[in-house]
Design a protein around this ligand. Structure first.
Ligand code: IZC
Ligand code: ZN
Length: 426
């Protein structure tokens, strides 16, 4: 008989947070039920977690099994790999020119209405070759990984023609195939009304529904469809049309809802049964109720409100109290949130949204996994899930948001393989 073997045993973990629990996104008090196993270990086999728990117990259960390799965590903190459930990863160019405008008090939506903002990134993305987009996004994905992200959602939405949308989505697929980080793709053709359709948004909506969605589906290039439901972008009615059509075609639905103005986007997310609703700064209590009823996950993006200099924040505490599961994300994009760092988002989640470090970790592991349909594979360290874990040069969880603006990651293991060691890509 072949002797069963373990590929890698990570041991001497000072604080091991597994996020083990019942299946499903965590709500209310469950979001703070995060415990630390002192002297922990994680046994990995075939890229999956075999066992995670107290080192003493893990070693006992492994008795008689061959352990091919051991890694000493030297008393560090270990969590599941972080999950970034909302990014605009693939794009051309950058928008540092908007900083001066912002300092003069010009708002994000004003910049967009003047043909800048998203539309300037659309221009740069259309001009870029597929290879250029790939190289640029790859660099950002490396940074995300160095900061602890092991699964990342990526939206299109800077092409706004069928070919340019497909170009962005192909880049995301190639990254998924060639980079250690797992990518989950979202089609967001309804991210802005392109200049050539100015004043003819309903024709553009028709293009998205009749041409883009079927082609994206046919090419198998996206799992989800997202819409920017916002004043001056897409109305609730247009968003309903696009998302309903997407649902018919078998896409999961996401929505940028009530980011800046209260529009009823959260209510729509509940009505349609979206997997997640994003931003939600201006969402109403009725919107939260509708989300709760349909099990919509709230994806909060505090780096965006910080960077837009908004004085308001998503009401994460209210949502947690009401039982809406909350996830957190960078919203990485060249305009409203040019950062790849989920660790910065941890700090902003605590200081600006009032979430505890435990709630923050829940929001960027298990709840983030469910927000992108990966709850069965990722988000916690339990048997049969992907062996995605992060080891930090930090003694405990609270240390991460507390000591902010730097990178605490020491080692990242993705599907059982060490991909970051001593803070460097291997
Ligand atoms: O490029 O500004 N909010 N979409 C919706 C964005 C921000 C990305 C951008
Ligand atoms: Zn976004």
């Amino acid at each position: 008989m072949v002797q069963p073997q373990i590929d890698l045993l990570v041991y001497n973990i000072g604080c091991l947070i597994t996020m083990q629990g019942n299946p499903g996104p965590r709500k209310g008090k469950e979001m703070s039920e995060v415990s630390c196993i002192e002297q922990g270990a994680v046994a990995i086999k075939d890229g999956k977690v075999f066992l995670a728990g107290r080192e003493k117990d893990v070693r006992l259960q492994l008795a008689g099994m061959l352990i091919k390799e051991e890694l000493d965590a030297e008393n560090r903190l270990v969590t599941p790999g972080l999950i970034d459930p909302h990014t605009h990863l693939v794009h051309g160019g950058s928008r540092e020119n908007e900083l001066a405008l912002k300092l003069k008090g010009v708002s994000y939506l004003e910049i967009l209405a003047q043909g800048g903002g998203i539309l300037s990134t659309v221009k740069a993305t259309r001009q870029a070759t597929e290879e250029e987009l790939y190289q640029k996004a790859r660099k950002s994905l490396d940074t995300m990984l160095l900061y602890g992200a092991t699964t990342v959602e990526a939206k299109s939405g800077y092409g706004l023609t069928l070919d340019d949308e497909l170009k962005q989505l192909r880049v995301a697929r190639r990254l998924d195939e060639t980079h250690p980080v797992d990518l989950v793709s979202t089609f967001m053709g309804a991210h802005a009304v392109p200049l050539e359709y100015k004043g003819r948004s309903s024709e553009f909506v028709q293009l998205v529904i009749e041409q883009m969605l079927p082609k994206v589906k046919e090419a198998g290039l996206a799992e989800f469809c997202d819409v920017f439901c916002e004043h001056g972008v897409f109305t609730v009615e247009e968003s309903r049309r696009i998302l309903s059509a997407a649902k018919e075609m078998g896409f999961g639905m996401k929505i940028h809802a009530d980011e800046i103005e209260p529009m009823g986007g959260a209510e729509l997310a509940g009505e349609l049964g979206c997997i997640s609703a994003e931003h939600l700064l201006a969402a109403s209590d009725e919107g939260f109720e509708a989300m709760k009823k349909s099990g919509v996950i709230a994806v909060c993006l505090p780096a965006t409100s910080f960077n837009l200099r908004l004085n308001t924040h998503a009401r994460a505490r209210k949502m947690i109290e009401m039982g809406v599961p909350v996830a957190l994300s960078t919203d990485y994009n060249p305009g409203s949130s040019p950062t790849e760092s989920l660790q910065l988002v941890m700090t902003l989640g605590c200081l600006n949204l009032g979430m505890t470090p435990e709630e923050v970790l829940t929001a960027m592991t298990i709840n983030a996994a469910y927000a992108i349909g990966r709850g069965e594979q990722a988000g916690s360290l339990e048997p049969r899930k992907n062996a995605d874990l992060v080891m930090y040069d930090a003694p405990n969880l609270a240390y991460l948001p507390y000591h902010f603006g730097i990178n605490h990651v020491h080692t990242v293991i993705k599907k059982g393989r060490v991909v970051v060691s001593e803070g460097r890509l291997v």
